[in-house]
Design a protein around this ligand. Structure first.
Ligand code: PMP
Length: 446
C-alpha cells in the first residue's frame, strides 16, 4: 500500500520530493474524534477531516440515513423535470437555518468549489437579467480561499494557487485582508486596519468602475489562508459598500457555516445578511460530498421577475441534489441542532486560544496565534521582529512530533492550522496543547 500510494496516487499538494521523504499518513479507521493509521497509531484529529467532520466519526444517525436512502432511492437526477423528496425537505430545512440571513432558496452541489462557482455564475446572471450585463468583475480578499475551479481559483487571494493556471477569469481583483499580524498599513490596531481595508476597497471600486463589478466574495473568517479573524466592523462595512454600489455580497461559508466559529454561521457572527452564501463541508459532516449555494430574496426576485430574460439557465450538475447527500445533510443538521455544537465550539475555542497564548509565551518560534471558535492558527517564524517564516523542515518536524505525541495537525505554508471536530472535550483541548508543545519544541530544534 505505502509503495503504491507514492507511485500511483497524485498528491497535488505535496511536492514529489516531499512524497518520497515524507509520504502522507495512510488512515484506515476513525472513531469519535480520533483517527487510526495503517500501523495502528491512533491520534486525535485536530484537523476535523478537513474542517468538515464537525460531529466526529461515530454519528450513527447519519450513517443510517445514508444507508436507508441508498435502499430507497440511491440516485435520480434533479436536473430537468425531476427532483426528489429529500432535496425538497432539505431546502425547507435550510430555509429555517438561514432565516436571519434571509436565504430562501438552495441550489445543491457536490462540494465547496461547486457552491462557489454556482454563486459566481449566479452573480453575473443576476446583473444580466436586470439589464446590467456589463457588471462582470469580482472582488475578493488577499489570503481568501475559494476552491479550485477556474472561477473560484480566479478570486483566490493566494497567487500561488493561480500561478500555474493563468490566464484566469478576467476582471478579478483583490484587496488586503484585514489582519493584525501582517498587513501593508504598519499598524496592529484591528479597527484601524478594518477601516484602511475598506478605504482600499472603495478606491479599488472607483478605479475599476462600480458599474463593472458583479460581486464581492469573502469568507467571514478566512480559513485556509491562515485563519484571519477580521475586526467585527469589517464585514458590516463591506455590506454597506456593496449596497452603495449595487454590488452583490457573496459569503463563502464553506468552512464557517454550521457552527465552526462559535456562532451558527460566520455571517451571523458579524450580523450580516449577504446576498448569497456558499456552503459545503460540515453540511454532511464529511460523510458525503455535498454543498448548498444559498440565495437571498433579492437574487431570487431578480430571476422571478425577469423570467424571459433568464432563458436557458445552463447551470446544473449531474449530482445536484443527490438524494443520498440530501439525506446525509438532513441527518447531520438534525444532530447539529440537537447538540447546538456552536456552543461547545465557542467554549472550547476560548480554552484553545488560552492554551495557544501560553505556547507563544514559551516558544520563540511562535510568531502569532489567532482564531475564533474552533478554527485556529499558529504562525511559525524564524525571527519574531522580522516575522521571517519558519523553514519547511521546521514545520514538517512540528507535524511529525505532534503526530507522534498523538495529535494530527495540519500544516500549511508556515502555519499550523487547527480545526478539530466541534464536539471535542476540554481534555481533548489539553491533549492538543500538549502535543503542540512537543511539536513546537521539535520545530525549534531543526
Ligand atoms: N471555499 C472555502 C472557504 C474553502 O475552505 C474550501 C475548501 N477548503 C472551498 C471553498 C472549496 O471546497 P471543496 O474543497 O469542497 O471544493
Amino acid at each position: 500500500l505505502k509503495e503504491n500510494n507514492a507511485k500511483h496516487m497524485w498528491h497535488p499538494m505535496a511536492h514529489p520530493a516531499d512524497m518520497r521523504n515524507n509520504p502522507p499518513k495512510m488512515i484506515r479507521g476513525a472513531k469519535g474524534v480520533e483517527i487510526t493509521d495503517i500501523d495502528g497509531h491512533t491520534t486525535l484529529d485536530a484537523v476535523g477531516g478537513l474542517w468538515n467532520a464537525n460531529l466526529g466519526y461515530s454519528v450513527d444517525s447519519i450513517k443510517q440515513a445514508i444507508n436507508d436512502q441508498m435502499n430507497e432511492l440511491p440516485y435520480y437526477s434533479a436536473f430537468r423535470g425531476t427532483t426528489n423528496d429529500k432535496a425538497v425537505e432539505l431546502s425547507f430545512e435550510l430555509n429555517d437555518w438561514f432565516k436571519p440571513e434571509g436565504m430562501t432558496r438552495a441550489f445543491f452541489t457536490s462540494g465547496g468549489s461547486d457552491s462557489v462557482e454556482t454563486c459566481l455564475r449566479l452573480a453575473r446572471q443576476y446583473h444580466k437579467v436586470r439589464g446590467e450585463g456589463e457588471r462582470t468583475k469580482f472582488i475578493s480578499l488577499k489570503k481568501g480561499y475559494h476552491g479550485t475551479h477556474f472561477g473560484g481559483a480566479s478570486v483566490n487571494g493566494n497567487a500561488n494557487f493561480r500561478r500555474n493556471y493563468e490566464p484566469m477569469l478576467a476582471g478579478c481583483f483583490q484587496i488586503a485582508a484585514p489582519w493584525t499580524y501582517r498587513n501593508p498599513f504598519g499598524t496592529d490596531n484591528a479597527e484601524e486596519i478594518s477601516n484602511r481595508c475598506i478605504a482600499m476597497l472603495e478606491d479599488e471600486i472607483a478605479f475599476q468602475g462600480a458599474d463593472t463589478i458583479a460581486a464581492m466574495i469573502m469568507e467571514p473568517v478566512l480559513g485556509a489562508g491562515g485563519v484571519i479573524v477580521p475586526h467585527k466592523s469589517f464585514m458590516p462595512m463591506v455590506r454597506e459598500v456593496c449596497d452603495k454600489h449595487g454590488i452583490l455580497l457573496i459569503a463563502d461559508e464553506v468552512i464557517t457555516a454550521f457552527g465552526r466559529t462559535g456562532d451558527v454561521h460566520g455571517s451571523r457572527l458579524w450580523g450580516v445578511a449577504p446576498d448569497m452564501m456558499c456552503t459545503a463541508k460540515a453540511i454532511t459532516n464529511s460523510y458525503f460530498p455535498f454543498g448548498a449555494a444559498m440565495m437571498g430574496e433579492k437574487v431570487v426576485d431578480a430571476f422571478e421577475s425577469n423570467k424571459d430574460a433568464v432563458g436557458n439557465i445552463g447551470h446544473g450538475y449531474t449530482y445536484s441534489a443527490h438524494p443520498v447527500g440530501c439525506a446525509a445533510a438532513l441527518a447531520t443538521l438534525a444532530e447539529i441542532k440537537k447538540a447546538k455544537v456552536w456552543e461547545n465550539a465557542k467554549a472550547r475555542g476560548i480554552e484553545l486560544q488560552n492554551g495557544l497564548a501560553q505556547l507563544k509565551e514559551k516558544h520563540q518560534i511562535v510568531g502569532d496565534t489567532r482564531g475564533i471558535g474552533l478554527m485556529a492558527a499558529i504562525e511559525l517564524v524564524d525571527d519574531r521582529p522580522t516575522k521571517t517564516p519558519a523553514s519547511k523542515p521546521a514545520i514538517a518536524a512540528a507535524f511529525d512530533a505532534a503526530y507522534e505525541a498523538g495529535v494530527t495537525i495540519r500544516v500549511s505554508g508556515n502555519n499550523i492550522i487547527l480545526s478539530p471536530p466541534l464536539v471535542i472535550s476540554p481534555e481533548d483541548v489539553n491533549r492538543m496543547i500538549g502535543a503542540l508543545d512537543k511539536g513546537l519544541a521539535a520545530a525549534a530544534s531543526v
